[in-house]
Design a protein around this ligand. Structure first.
Ligand code: GDP
Ligand code: CA
Length: 338
């Protein structure tokens, strides 16, 4: 594996909350390196856009916005998504009119982002240009790229006794927010992904990186969808940069979210090794290295047997300092000393 001891150009394939927390740690790690006399990391984030949804005529991009608000200082840190100091008057008014969907949380401040985005899209700008424009306000400290400018939406099949087929299909957001992932996912389908092309700069950011990182984002609906964009997964398999990922499954469970349900739907073992082996060793798969939590140290051997260099370190992103240590462990795994 070609390796750079102190990578400068770092490309991260990110979902929402898990990816954004990881990126905070990465920027903390970079700032510490600058303090020690080193160079800052140039971070490019390729974000999942398959959670995107049209709501009340507005284009909402949850993962792009979570990354933008988190790194730009606008996030509600407790919730993990949406704007700090948020109010909810507009959704209350919509509910009073009986307008569906009533389960989607659109805060008043957040609404401004979706209004700007929708206006720009309707004026003909691609999502990548819109994201760049929104980031001029937020200055997230990374280059934030949508995985594609094309429309891709993850849909989930859920059981439905009323339907002749015994199931119905809902948008991923409905599965997660309204159904709270409490019903089994019978199938998870990123609709439109086969026809999508990578967004501008995405393939170049992967092929030209010193290090590609897969944060502990959801392996099915965040990273999995990004890797499913034709040409993009191939870029990860082919890049001369080392590719290292971090497990979102700790002690046989997801840390938050619904990764367990979705891994089960795909028949993938819900374990740190299960997810690492699902990504697989390059060049057939997507990984050179995979970090598991200390609790899962016994799974390192199975990963190494599968051709993936692995190590066990603390993987809880409790704060940017702890997360920066995870980044250092990923850098060390990419460029082993000696
Ligand atoms: P989403 O788009 O908001 O669902 O966020 P992501 O896809 O980026 O990340 C969700 C994943 O992050 C979940 O599967 C969690 O298990 C994982 N995750 C969240 N917090 C932590 C943490 O502190 N440590 C680890 N290892 N994984 C985490
Ligand atoms: Ca997401």
């Amino acid at each position: 594996m070609p390796a750079s001891a102190s990578p400068t150009r770092i490309t991260v394939l990110s979902g929402g909350v898990g990816g954004a927390r990881f990126l905070q740690g990465l920027l903390h790690w970079s700032a510490a390196r600058v303090e020690a006399g080193g160079t800052p990391a140039e971070v490019t984030v390729v974000a999942n856009t398959a959670d995107d949804m049209w709501v009340h005529g507005l284009k909402v991009c949850p993962d792009l916005d979570t990354v933008m608000y988190t790194l730009g200082g606008g996030i509600d840190a407790e919730r993990g998504w949406g704007r700090v100091d948020e109010t909810w008057h507009a959704v209350e008014e919509l509910k009073a009119y009986g307008v569906e969907p009533t389960w989607f949380g659109l805060g008043d401040r957040d609404l401004a982002t979706h209004l700007v985005r929708t206006q720009m899209l309707e004026a003909g700008y691609p999502l990548s240009a819109v994201t760049e424009a929104l980031c001029r306000r937020w200055q997230p400290g990374v280059r934030l790229l949508p995985m594609t400018d094309d429309r891709v939406e993850t849909h989930v099949a859920v059981p439905d006794d009323q339907a002749p087929s015994g199931q119905r299909v809902v948008h991923f957001q409905e599965y997660w927010i309204r159904l709270q992932a409490a019903v089994p996912a019978l199938a998870v389908v990123p609709v439109g992904v086969e026809d999508a092309t990578p967004g501008p700069g995405v393939v170049e950011a992967i092929e030209g990186a010193d290090l590609v990182l897969l944060p502990p984002s959801n392996p099915i609906v965040s990273v999995g969808t990004i890797l499913g964009v034709p040409g993009l997964g191939e870029a990860v398999r082919r890049t001369p940069a080392p590719v290292v990922g971090l497990s979102p499954i700790v002690g046989g469970r997801h840390v938050r979210g619904m990764a367990q349900q979705l891994l089960e739907a795909r028949g993938i073992p819900v374990s740190a090794a299960g997810v690492g082996l699902h990504y697989g060793a390059r060049p057939a798969g997507h990984l050179d290295g995979w970090l598991v939590d200390e609790r899962d140290a016994a799974e390192v051997a199975a990963l190494e047997d599968g051709g993936i260099r692995a190590a066990a370190v603390p993987l809880m992103m409790t704060d940017p300092v702890a997360t920066a240590a995870m980044v250092q462990a990923a850098v060390d795994l990419a460029a082993p000393r000696g």
